[in-house]
Design a protein around this ligand. Structure first.
Ligand code: ATP
Ligand code: MG
Ligand code: MG
Length: 561
């Protein structure tokens, strides 16, 4: 479960609260529904929902949907689902577009106050008004700034009524161009957009408010006490306060925290789209990506993501983290929460000539008896991993080889290999024969095995980093040139022991509130540790007849495949 106390390793947010100690904290998470959320957004979600939760307040999920060209229905649904999957319940789901009429009325109000004007200047002209290249000269205002409120009102209504073409005119706020902050240089408030219908208001509007006009006012309408955003909005704080103050509405407080970046991957929508369209990955939820739907599909539990965000804490500087640090947190989390099973990636049959079938008891966790145990059938023929056998023994080798003994986890006795058969054409071992080693000393190594009764075949997908370098964005020739050709390694003939059925039935195993409360964790909530191999989760490509598994993370850092 999510511990709000733990959520509050939120560092500087303590000071933010002290600036405005409020009995009824209200926050919001305000995504633009123009793409799938990524790992960075998990921080924004944790900060906004976590801050409210800690102070016994509430958090809205507000879709900042003021840009019809870029918004799609599927993103709305995916965003809500992922917020809930992370374990947070929005107090209310709102849309900036709910306020289009109210925002419009306030724009008229601003015009009447002489604090906004309709302008037809070109981008070049505007740039020059703002001081030109690198502030070469003094800033100045265009003649439109001197229009009377009546004239501006007429023109603004004409904008609304479709009497202008897109880009012909726009509404500008009349702020303070003498201020050193560019956010005060008469920013755009409304633009004409007539190409695409809005997903909620259809063709009702021909003009749409900008972020700078919309965000602070929507925060105000919702009674947001603490408006927490990322540091690229620091300069916007002044314009945010200016607009609310000018209109005399309730004033929320904007404060800024540092973004979370991950190296070794790309998060930009344009780049991920390219990877998807060109077939480098299986889709936006490919387990090698760092969208939240991809991380989820890979099997990372929501609690591990929250632990990760928490461990980093919240500061005002950007946090840039390497993937392996994220994986370290996932590993720590899985270690405590998921059951263990035996799985063989690359099976080869081992015939133990003097063995009989017996039932053996396997605990789901060696450390946590509460997880219980299950019975597996040890059979005279078992499968072991090809990599646990060597044709030629050597002194420093501690697994199976002719004349050498190895332990089989929880089996009655160690086994000693006697002979093997090999396919001459492929050079691959097809069978190993062995006998029990009843008298020998305790083997140095115990390997996993899977019996022939009740076991199941599976396709296992091992994911390695999608890119070769830490900074694919800076790679020579672009990020596509940096793709790791071995980012996905498939074992088509893996075998899992019979205990898989129980693991599946009991999933999700005790862990983050999100899933267990929803009680409908997808296939990815069936997770286990394949002993001596890695952590795995069931992939959504699985069917009734075929199990597909993803490697969530290796057991140890740098464990290669
Ligand atoms: P991107 O361009 O990566 O999608 P964005 O800022 O356009 O990011 P929004 O949909 O506007 O994404 O994001 C919603 C909220 O999440 C905003 O408050 C934004 O500041 C925050 N956010 C986005 N990316 C990060 C990040 N990497 N770390 C922390 N917060 C983030
Ligand atoms: Mg944005
Ligand atoms: Mg975005």
């Amino acid at each position: 479960t999510i511990d709000p106390q733990a959520m509050f390793k939120l560092g500087f947010l303590e000071d933010v609260y002290k600036e405005r100690p409020s009995k009824d904290v209200v926050t919001r998470f305000p995504p633009e529904p123009n793409g799938y959320l990524h790992i960075g957004h998990a921080k924004a979600i944790a900060v906004n929902f976590g801050f409210a939760k800690y102070h016994g307040g509430v958090c809205y999920l507000r879709y900042d949907d003021t840009n019809p060209e870029k918004e799609e229905e599927r993103y709305f649904e995916a965003i809500q689902e992922i917020v809930q999957w992370l374990g947070f319940e929005p107090f209310k789901i709102t849309y900036s577009s709910d306020n289009f009429q109210k925002l419009y009325d306030l724009a008229e109000e601003l015009i009447k106050q002489g604090k906004a004007y309709v302008c037809s200047c070109s981008d070049t002209e505007i740039k020059d008004q703002r001081g030109g290249e690198k502030g070469a000269h003094e800033r100045y205002r265009c003649a439109h700034a001197d229009q009377s409120p009546e004239e501006n009102l007429t023109k603004f209504r004409d904008m609304r009524d479709g009497k202008y073409k897109p880009r012909e005119v726009f509404l500008r706020m009349k702020q303070d161009i003498t201020d050193g902050n560019p956010q005060m240089w008469d920013l755009a408030a409304y633009r004409i957009k007539t190409d695409t219908p809005h997903h909620r208001t259809g063709w009702d509007w021909k003009i749409y408010p900008t972020y700078d006009f919309t965000h602070c006012l929507c925060d105000s309408f919702e009674g947001i006490t603490h408006s927490l955003c990322t540091t690229e909005f620091i300069l916007s704080r002044v314009s945010y306060e200016w607009l609310n103050k000018s209109l005399g509405v309730y004033e929320p407080m904007q404060r800024e925290y540092g973004r979370l970046n991950l190296t070794g991957t790309v998060l930009s929508k344009r780049k991920i789209l390219k990877l998807v369209e060109d077939g480098y990955v299986r889709g936006w939820d490919d387990p090698r990506l760092y969208t939240l739907i991809a991380i989820r599909r890979r099997g990372v539990p929501p609690g591990a993501i929250l632990d990760f965000v928490n461990e980093l804490g919240v500061t005002t500087s950007t946090t840039t983290i390497q993937i392996h640090r994220f994986e370290q947190t996932i590993r720590k989390y899985l270690e405590k929460t998921v059951p263990r099973l035996m799985l063989i990636l690359d099976p080869v049959p081992l015939v133990i000539e003097d063995a009989e079938a017996v039932d053996v008891e396997l605990p789901f966790s060696p450390k946590d008896p509460k997880m219980g145990s299950h019975t597996v059938r040890f059979t005279p023929t078992v499968y072991i991993d090809r990599s646990d056998f060597r044709e030629v023994d050597s002194k420093d080798y501690y697994r199976l080889a002719p004349g050498k003994s190895v332990g089989l986890l929880n089996a009655p006795y160690p086994v000693k290999a006697t002979s093997f058969t090999k396919d001459e054409a492929t050079g691959k071992i097809t069978e190993i024969r062995a006998v029990y080693d009843r008298e020998g000393k305790k083997p140095k190594t115990f390997i996993q095995w899977v019996g022939t009764e009740g076991s199941k075949k599976a396709e296992v997908r091992i994911h390695n980093p999608l890119f070769k370098s830490e900074k694919p964005d800076d790679a020579e020739g672009g990020f596509l040139k940096d793709i790791n050709p071995e980012s996905e390694v498939i074992y088509p003939d893996a075998i899992i022991e019979s205990g898989f059925d129980e693991v599946k039935r009991r999933a999700p195993w005790p862990e983050a509130a999100g899933e267990s409360e929803l009680g409908k964790g997808g296939p990815e909530s069936i997770r286990f540790q394949g002993m001596r191999v890695a952590y795995f989760a069931v992939d959504s490509d699985s069917t009734d007849d075929k199990i597909v598994l993803n490697r969530i993370v290796s057991l140890k850092e740098d464990a290669g495949k």
